[in-house]
Design a protein around this ligand. Structure first.
Ligand SMILES: *Cc1c(COP(=O)(O)O)cnc(C)c1O
Length: 434
């Protein structure tokens, strides 16, 4: 059964239920642990726990119990090869060859190791181009890398400005790809507005100018299909705990285009050694001739079980199907907000680009006033959204486990919160984690 297009949407409760009835991915919801009596809309920050992740983590615990050190070679997935196996598993989800992806580190660690490989200031090319809307963490790390090279941070980190404080103009990014830029690091998706950048186009323009380009894909892998090889990006990195649902702080991933396999990992460690020789314990480091060369330490195998289970779910549903449903759900949310919440006194705005090619899996609901207190009221009603200052409520309807009815419920609860002015009873003071 085909789901109706946006031109056929209506705002009734029955319609929401009928969409769930026709949803080909609806049964994947049963594969997750859902928080009791809550409507979880924060899977873009931390995905819910897949049942298969619990099973895989339990298996790893049992292997540790029964085999001790033997698990490195004799476990169901030998721990020694676990990271490479997860790389092979995720490769089709990101459009890469199995040898180009490895599970390792975490986003920030991988950012550091990749930038120390690819940032080689030389001659007139000495600067890093990034953007002022990136998750500040990435800019901190880039600043650290520049300072480690003994260069001045102010002069060497160039940030693409945003006209509206929400989105980036790709033309502007391209204009700033000047001859003094050695490396470009951009997010695939802006964490606040949810704008999805055109990775293929930006990569092409960077390469025309002889600039290396890498992407932080934390907010797109698991929600959007990637074609790293086809787009020809130089490298990419991402976490596994947002749309991939692998668990809090679970190991991340990195992609290295195979033409760069001979480059040196900037943060060398023994897990990046040629696998067959790692235990020879030679004093000379010999880097693996694939993405595995960018590993540093022994992988955290217990947490890696979470990755194994989660990837199985994403592969079973299919990333193209996930994207299709995700776009349909966000389209439906945009429709309901426009229909029911855009006029005074509701006054909500959509801060995410409306074109489907320019958004990822979440929608930024904005309101000039009281957004923080409204978010608090939503939490009081059992919703789990998240808030990003100054005025953005992020809503992520996740294709694998959220329902259209939950989206309908959210919009109707927001309407009620404004109708009754109940948000006025919540303070404007922010808590530590939002
Ligand atoms: C989630 C996210 C991170 C998280 O970094 P960790 O090292 O996993 O804490 C970093 N950058 C971006 C853009 C993110 O969205």
């Amino acid at each position: 059964m085909a789901l109706p297009g946006a031109d056929k949407f209506v705002s009734t409760h029955e319609f929401a239920q009928s969409l769930d009835g026709k949803d080909p991915l609806h049964h994947f919801r049963e594969q997750f642990f859902l928080p009791v009596d809550k409507i979880y809309l924060d899977g873009n920050s931390l995905g819910l726990m897949p049942r298969k992740s619990e099973i895989a983590i339990q298996r790893v615990l049992n292997e540790w119990k029964s085999m001790g050190i033997g698990g490195w070679l004799n476990a169901q997935i030998p721990w020694f090869y676990f990271s490479e196996r997860m790389g092979e598993k995720i490769a089709p989800i990101v459009g890469a060859k199995p040898s180009e992806v490895v599970m390792t580190g975490t986003t920030t660690i991988n950012l550091h190791s990749l930038v120390s490989t690819f940032y080689q200031p030389e001659g007139a090319k000495t600067k890093i181009l990034a953007d002022e809307l990136n998750f500040p963490n990435d800019l901190y790390a880039l600043g650290g890398q520049i300072q480690m090279k003994g260069l001045n941070l102010q002069n060497h980190l160039v940030l693409v400005p945003s006209e509206d404080g929400k989105t980036l103009d790709e033309q502007k990014i391209i204009e700033m790809m000047t001859p003094d830029i050695a490396l470009i690091i951009l997010p695939s998706v802006l964490y606040r507005s949810g704008q999805l950048l055109n990775i293929a186009h930006l990569t092409k323009e960077a390469h025309v100018r002889n600039i290396v380009i890498g992407f932080d894909c934390c907010h797109s892998v698991g929600a959007v299909p990637h074609k790293f090889d086809e787009w020809d990006v130089d490298f990419a990195f991402w976490c596994s705990y947002k749309y991939l649902n692998s668990g809090p702080g679970a190991p991340g991933f990195l992609y290295i285009n195979e033409r760069h396999f001979s480059k040196k990992n900037g943060l060398i460690g023994w897990f990046g050694y040629i696998k067959e020789k790692q235990f020879d314990m030679a004093l000379q480091f010999e880097q693996a001739n694939n993405a595995g060369g960018w590993q540093i330490s022994s992988p955290g195998i217990i947490a890696a079980g979470g990755v194994e289970g989660a990837l199985e779910i994403t592969l079973a549903a299919g990333i193209e199907q996930i994207r299709k449903k995700s776009l349909h759900m966000t389209e439906y949310l945009i429709f309901l907000v426009k229909e029911l919440l855009s006029q005074d006194p509701y006054s909500f705005m959509i801060g995410t680009p409306l074109e489907s090619t320019r958004r990822s899996g979440h929608i930024a609901l904005e309101r000039e006033k009281d957004a923080y207190r409204i978010n608090k009221a939503l939490i009081h009603h059992g919703f789990i959204p998240d808030f990003r200052p100054p005025n953005v409520i992020r809503i992520a309807p996740i294709a694998l486990y959220n329902t259209y009815e939950e989206v309908w419920n959210l919009v109707h609860t927001l309407k009620q919160i404004i109708d009754t002015k109940e948000y006025l009873q919540f303070s404007e003071e922010r808590s530590i984690i939002s």
